[in-house]
Ligand binder design. Structure first.
Ligand code: B16
Ligand code: MG
Length: 213
């Protein structure tokens, strides 16, 4: 087998929570009268909550104290969590579920590598924890993507070398993190299409042919 393990990003790869992040940031930015659109949101993919907030606030005219920033981050997270609370296993796209089942049946070790501190909640709501041999999220790391820490920790938990794992990402920061750690990367969707990822895919089930090439 070309790879022994697959490490999946969560938001924007296994589920569409990237849209919820956008809606929550947009609501906050509108309240603060800071311009923010989907294109700017794409640059926040894979980036931690506080770093994302700082990027958004840099487009405004005011300076904010650390206490205000903490309040804004909490406000955004509350908006985001309200959306997460409604998630059920039905929010898991069929092709994602089928891909995870097929990969497990073929003997691949599977992990999640997400910058999100809400990853355990999402995984729980979707009912997908049993698919994974390891889960590394925003609560387990000190440096967020594009640092490779998340993926290196995931590979270590899988007891595999980076060269034996494929990382699947939707974000430019995630592709950079994968490459910095010595991983091949498959990028899904359009937002990080112009990165130098080894594979570009539209649907997750395309992985099944990639890994046999
Ligand atoms: P949270 P991923 C990332 O998750 C998101 O892409 C990014 O938009 C978000 O800011 C980050 O998690 C932190 O999320 O506020 O829930 O801790 O794409 O790495 O799975
Ligand atoms: Mg993502």
């Amino acid at each position: 087998m070309k790879y022994k393990g697959i490490i999946f990003d969560l938001d924007g790869v296994l589920c569409q929570t990237d849209e919820y992040h956008y809606q929550a940031w947009k609501q906050l930015a509108d309240r603060l009268q800071i311009p923010f659109d989907r294109e700017q949101n794409n640059s926040l993919r894979g980036v931690s909550r506080m770093e994302s907030l700082n990027i958004i606030l840099a487009n405004g005219i005011r300076q904010y104290s650390e206490a205000e920033k903490k309040m804004f981050a909490a406000e955004k997270n509350d908006l985001y969590c309200k959306q997460l609370a409604r998630m059920t296993p039905d929010d898991m796209p069929d092709d994602v579920k089928e891909t995870l089942i097929a990969l497990r049946c073929s003997g691949y070790k599977l992990a999640v590598g997400s910058s999100s501190k809400n990853a355990p909640t999402i995984i729980n709501h979707l009912g997908i924890a049993s698919f994974f041999d390891a889960i590394v999220d925003g609560n387990c790391i000190t440096r967020s993507k594009p640092d490779p820490e998340i993926f290196l920790k995931a590979a270590k938990l899988l007891q595999l070398n980076p060269s034996d794992c494929l990382v699947v990402e939707d974000a430019a920061s995630g592709v950079q993190a994968a490459h910095a750690g010595g991983f091949d990367c498959a990028v899904i969707g359009n937002t990080a299409r112009d990165t130098s990822a080894k594979w570009n895919i539209i649907h997750l089930n395309e992985l099944l042919s990639i890994i046999n090439r």
